[in-house]
Write a protein that binds this ligand. Structure first.
Ligand code: APR
Length: 235
């Protein structure tokens, strides 16, 4: 197990206990907002102010949330595990990196970045995006959108992710409902490559049968326990 390669897919559930709402739980984001309005290129074309307000609100929220024990446990795994650990997150919050994760891919983009429709550059961005905001790279005004991957758009760094899945020995999905592709198909790619697969979730449902193992419970409890198990097995 010492030189093994681990790929960890995380979803909104890992940040739930930090106070960041999930999407499909009864009190989730999509119970309050229509994803067609705020998470599609068509919605942005129809009403850019509504979309900017939505992501500005979520970006501001980052100032009042902290990484939790599950984020910290994954950062520890990356530091202590003798093999490779890659975290692929669907989350656009910055809690993984604030917990210390470095080998990290934001496949759905980041709240803390703005994308310029004029020059195509993605720039670090901490404040609200306004109609007159200027691109830090090219200076164009009013051309910025949240650097978030919307429905119907191609997620980021898919080639790298695909590579890692074909070489991994252990694939773990944490706090994701498995409703959104291509992320929901990663477990099959990993299995096809011979990886052992595990799901960690508050309630292992729906796609649970596609995993060799399930661990049920809040992420702040099951993730640290799982990490200790992996590290003790890595001795
Ligand atoms: N600990 C562990 N898991 C949890 C917790 C918790 N405290 N709270 C909720 N969960 C689980 C739920 O059981 C559910 O399976 O987290 C999952 C959240 O699922 P979704 O809300 O569907 O979020 P996610 O799977 O990340 O969504 C995928 O869909 O809306 C788009 O782009 C958005 O990246 C997102 C993608």
């Amino acid at each position: 197990m010492s030189k093994a390669k681990i790929v960890i897919l995380t979803g909104a559930g890992i940040s739930a206990e930090s106070g960041v709402a999930t999407f499909r739980d009864p009190d989730g984001v999509w119970a309050k907002y229509d994803l067609q309005d705020v998470a599609t290129p068509q919605g942005f074309a129809r009403d850019p102010v509504k979309v900017q307000d939505f992501y500005n609100m979520r970006r501001r929220q980052m100032g009042s949330v902290e990484p939790n024990a599950a984020h910290a446990a994954l950062a520890k795994l990356e530091q202590k595990f003798p093999g490779d650990v890659l975290v692929v997150t669907q989350n656009i919050d910055d809690l993984h990196e604030r917990a210390g994760s470095r080998k990290l891919i934001h496949m759905h983009g980041e709240l803390g970045h703005a994308l310029c429709l004029s020059c195509g550059q993605s720039s670090a961005w901490a404040d609200d995006i306004a109609a007159h905001s200027a691109c830090p790279a090219c200076g164009a005004k009013g051309q910025l959108r949240p650097d978030v991957v919307w429905f119907g758009e191609m997620p980021y760094r898919m080639e790298e992710i695909g590579e890692a899945l074909t070489r991994c020995d252990l694939f773990v999905a944490i706090g994701t409902s498995g409703n959104v592709y291509p992320a929901a198909g990663f477990v099959e790619e990993a299995r096809a490559a011979g990886a052992v697969t595990a799901e960690l979730n508050l309630k292992c449902a729906g796609w649970a049968s596609r995993f060799d193992e399930q661990m049920e419970g809040p992420a702040t409890q099951v993730v640290p326990a799982f990490v200790e198990r992996v590290l003790s097995g890595a001795g």
